[in-house]
Design a protein. Sequence first.
Length: 115
Amino acid sequence: QVQLVESGGGLVQAGGSLRLACAASGNTFRINAMGWYRQAPGKQRELVTFVTIGGTTNYADSVKGRFTISRDNAKNTMYLQMNSLKPEDTAVYYCNTYPPKPNYWGQGTQVTVSS
């Protein structure tokens, strides 16, 4: 079993930046790819980006050039640097494996971008 805890969310003005962190504990050695997901009010949860254990990354078109995913395997921590934030980035952000495992979802961290 793996436990995932997200942190770093908050309220920021459009154009601002935030850095999210995802701390993993438990049987993390079995994890290959990790991803960030988000769920905006009234919408389905969507994949934002993922990174493989080898460092290969992939981004949703809506965040390309603005968000950067990284992982520190030694610390079992993954990060999401979010720059040039837009109001449409407002959502609860979650981390999970990629593809996601249903029982790994945590509480998420709220990101609110004001216009």
